[in-house]
Write a protein that binds this ligand. Structure first.
Ligand SMILES: [Zn+2]
Ligand SMILES: [Zn+2]
Length: 384
């Protein structure tokens, strides 16, 4: 493979195994592709689903798909982004030409990509190493399809911009695109990690009248209240239905967002819905989980169940929209970064996410924070 670059990356070689920092060869970008220096990549629960065996995958692979960085090289035919552009790097890859893309449904693109057929990464023995979730951004650099990057203004720190590549974007997109929450609606958000906090902030921007946040962890409930929730309930010791009934005078939820992968979140969820209400499934549980509904009850109350893949986003529309809100001071990103780590500490960072200790922890594969934002998010409470 001509023109390869040597990069350090965290390689996962099997379920439950520690990740190893290895020197890999990254191929030059082909037609329609870009090479990006990764300045920040947040750890997402989807990364853990693969490393912990919740979802099946082939190894070895480099995880990481919630990233931001700087374009270093553009492949043939890439004319609308340039070397030096600061970009969000996401897992959503869209061809722009298939039936789904032509209708704006980028998250269900059925296009074919050279990167799907051959990973740009090879290890020291010349064997291919997969890019997890189309990205492989726990690495100093990536090669991705042009559609996966969205330029952002240089005054947005990479640590904060990275959150707009997956979790927070997904939550905000589920509210804006999938459910289309309207002013005055009642919203319940189950799970207050990055996706849930994105949904809560999105609901606040949409003018939701009540936003009830549900999470067993006190820190996450506190963050939810600071960022727009009107109520926060512990689903273990509290009574979500009672709080919702009281908050809404018995009206219940117009939209119930399940943002966690915990299967217990689905138990009795439909009972929290108002007539005409929608259950919006955003979080993706481990393979093989099912839940029961009563179709007659659902039809009689004219209710809906909606799946939301990546918040039905169109990166080029949704990321600039949220960055505008961020720069206007009405969409928080900086304070969601609880900790940052070097690439070497990736297993430690994964463990923080596994234990629910953080809203978002961000890996800095090139070993430094953005110069304008050297100590992101360590003052979460004071900042909010
Ligand atoms: Zn993710
Ligand atoms: Zn497509």
């Amino acid at each position: 493979m001509p023109g390869g670059t040597t990069v350090r990356a965290a390689v996962c070689r099997g379920v439950g195994e520690p990740q190893s920092i290895e020197q890999l060869v990254l191929a030059a970008p082909g037609p329609g592709e870009v090479r990006v220096r990764i300045d920040a990549c947040a750890v997402c629960h989807s990364d853990l689903m693969y490393t912990d065996g919740g979802w099946a995958t082939d190894f070895p692979l480099v995880m990481g798909h919630e990233a931001a960085g700087c374009i270093l090289e553009t492949g043939p035919g890439v004319a609308d982004v340039a070397v030096g552009d600061q970009v969000v790097v996401s897992l959503v890859r869209s061809c722009g030409e298939c039936p789904a893309c032509r209708r704006g449904h980028h998250v269900t693109c059925s296009g074919e990509f050279a990167l799907d057929r051959q990973s740009p990464l090879t290890d020291g023995t010349g064997s291919p190493v997969a890019q997890g979730l189309n990205t492989g951004a726990f690495a100093e650099q990536v090669v991705v399809h042009r559609s996966q990057v969205v330029p952002h203004p240089a005054d947005v720190p990479s640590t904060s911009a990275s959150l707009l590549a997956c979790g927070v974007l997904t939550g905000a997109g589920a509210v804006h695109n999938t459910a289309q929450v309207q002013a005055g609606d009642v919203v319940v958000v189950v799970g207050c990690g990055g996706v849930g906090i994105g949904a809560i902030q999105g609901a606040r921007l949409a003018g939701a009248e009540q936003i009830v946040a549900v999470d067993p962890l006190p820190d996450k409930r506190e963050s939810a209240l600071l960022l727009g929730a009107s109520h926060a309930v512990d689903p273990v010791s509290g009574d979500v239905a009672a709080v919702l009934r009281e908050a809404t005078g018995g009206r219940l939820a117009d939209h119930l967002f399940i943002t966690t992968a915990a299967p217990s979140a689905l138990d009795n969820a439909v009972e929290l819905l108002a007539p005409m209400g929608a259950l919006v499934l955003v979080g993706m549980p481990p393979d093989g989980i099912a839940f029961e509904i009563d179709p007659t009850m659902l039809a009689a109350a004219n209710q809906r169940i909606l799946g939301s893949k990546m918040g039905t986003v169109r990166l080029a529309d949704d990321i600039p929209r949220l960055i505008d809100h961020y720069r206007a001071g009405d969409f928080e990103l900086d304070a969601l970064v609880t900790t940052t780590h070097s690439l070497e500490d990736i297993d430690l960072a994964f463990d923080e996410v596994r234990r629910g200790k953080v809203l978002r922890t961000v890996i800095l594969p090139n070993g430094h924070a953005s110069p304008d934002h050297a100590t992101p998010g360590n003052d979460r409470e004071a900042d909010a």
